[in-house]
Design a protein around this ligand. Structure first.
Ligand SMILES: [Zn+2]
Ligand SMILES: [Zn+2]
Length: 467
């Protein structure tokens, strides 16, 4: 029997976490934390598997919504074997240590008002060190065997990690058991970005595809060609710099930061953007170094190019916000969705007041975030950054650019076409996204059965007899 049970990331981009029971071996695919929730609400529903075998957890990549609940899983299942690519392991070390500090900050900030963070047992830096050491790392394309404590058959499960082209170390996970093949895409990007080449997923016939659907609700005609979009960004940045303004680009520290700073630096080198001060901050530079020391061991657009060689200043060293506006500059700051309390949220409040400056968004915004409200606003509008804040007038320019690190609708369908599955389970997307992709698969591939992952609802993928 192969059973599939979503513990999170079903019908939304949230705490991605899916449980597979393959003839008694319990495998968890990803263990994410909901980026916009706190306390127990942010964690996958681990209670759903409290009486089931939990032998392995395979992590597709180091983004928070796929990785950050791992310490909480280990609290419950100390003997679970954790597996990822070596790059994901290196990035996890940075992001999990960083999240210890963030959780502690949240806890002290919430002390007065019935803290949701208090519902969970916070872990220490020492526990993270132990957890990271325990991660078994497997390079792309290498087969390894999974066989749980209660495995009911002599046949083992063979697993392989496939380059997913999303961020450094990102992997789709292939599981083969008793003649059946399952691929979980994690977050996947078929075409290339500035640093990261597209996914290496090849054309092999499989039985079940567990497919992310982030861009399923986005009309691809709104997503321009990457290089055309880079040129449009260059023109817009130059216009702001020439008028004496500064540009704020909100990005995630992991992935989007490295891609966007490379896009801008390539344009500066090509003489398409004026040479000016570039600022970053937080863990971005440490992450860029992990990108750099892996540049010869993973696929890379230009292995000779080091992201860390781009001359940048640290925005945390600027104590007076007004200093950012004395000379034109470009700032890359996390978080990508300008979530309350983050650097990009604080900087955006300064930017909104400045006539000649601009906020340029470059990524996906969840509707409930300040980033979504800012991205939709235009010069002269009055906006509230959240439901409780005062209204402020938008004096700066706001413009939106698209540099996706996920597959477009057409690319998602191309993945389906390549692997010709008998069944597709749709995950990691809004209801609208899942509906669009589901309908498109049913129309284009009549023989494929489509399932929508629902939290806590088990799907029987295979009832197999031993061959
Ligand atoms: Zn991701
Ligand atoms: Zn994701």
């Amino acid at each position: 029997m192969i059973n599939f049970l979503p513990l999170g990331g079903a019908g939304e981009i949230g705490a991605s976490c899916f449980y597979l029971n393959i003839d008694g071996t319990g495998i968890i695919l990803d263990c994410g934390m909901h980026p916009l929730k706190s306390g127990l609400d942010a964690l996958p529903k681990f209670d759903l598997i409290k009486d089931s075998p939990v032998d392995y957890v395979l992590i597709s990549h180091a983004h928070q919504d796929h990785l950050s609940a791992l310490p909480f899983l280990v609290q419950r299942h100390p003997y679970v074997i954790i597996i990822s690519t070596p790059q994901t392991r290196a990035l996890a070390e940075l992001t999990l240590h960083n999240s210890v500090s963030i959780l502690k900050e949240q806890l002290s900030g919430e002390e007065q008002n019935g803290s949701p963070t208090k519902q969970i047992k916070i872990y220490s830096h020492e526990e993270i060190d132990l957890l990271i050491k325990s991660i078994e790392y497997k390079a792309y394309g290498v087969n390894f065997i999974l066989k749980g404590y209660s495995h009911q058959s002599k046949i083992p499960i063979i697993a392989t990690l496939i380059d997913a082209g999303h961020i450094l170390g990102s992997a789709a996970i292939l599981l083969e058991y008793n003649g059946k093949k399952i691929i979980y895409t994690g977050d996947i990007k078929l075409s290339s970005q500035a640093v990261t080449p597209g996914s290496a997923i090849s054309s092999t016939k499989i039985d079940t595809l567990i497919l992310e659907t982030t861009y399923g609700s986005t009309d691809s005609s709104l997503i321009p060609n990457w290089n055309d979009e880079a040129l449009r960004l260059a023109l817009s940045i130059n216009r702001v710099l020439i008028s004496g303004g500064s540009v704020l680009i909100p990005v995630f520290s992991l992935g989007k930061m490295q891609e966007m700073i490379t896009v801008v630096w390539n344009l500066i080198k090509a003489g398409k953007i004026l040479l000016t001060d570039i600022y970053t901050g937080g863990i971005a530079s440490k992450i860029s170094r992990v990108y750099d020391y892996n540049r010869y061991v993973v696929n890379r657009i230009d292995p000779e190019f080091e992201i860390s060689s781009i001359p940048v200043k640290n925005f945390y060293e600027v104590t007076q916000p007004e200093d950012f506006f004395k000379n034109p500059c470009i700032i890359f700051a996390a978080s990508g969705m300008m979530i309350e309390g983050t650097a990009s949220f604080k900087l955006a409040q300064q930017w909104l007041k400045h006539e000649h400056s601009a906020i340029f968004t470059v990524g996906f915004m969840e509707e409930s975030t300040p980033g979504f409200r800012i991205a939709r606003a235009r010069h002269g509008d009055k906006i509230r950054l959240n439901d409780f804040s005062d209204e402020s007038e938008v004096k700066c320019e706001i413009n939106n650019f698209r540099f996706p690190s996920h597959s477009t609708r057409e690319e998602l369908l191309e993945i389906v076409k390549r692997v010709k599955p008998a069944k597709v389970v749709l995950v990691h997307g809004s209801q609208e996204a899942i509906d669009w992709i589901g309908a498109a698969i049913l129309i284009n591939f009549k023989e494929i059965k489509v399932f929508q992952a629902e939290l806590g609802k088990e799907i029987i993928l295979e009832k197999i007899e031993e061959q």
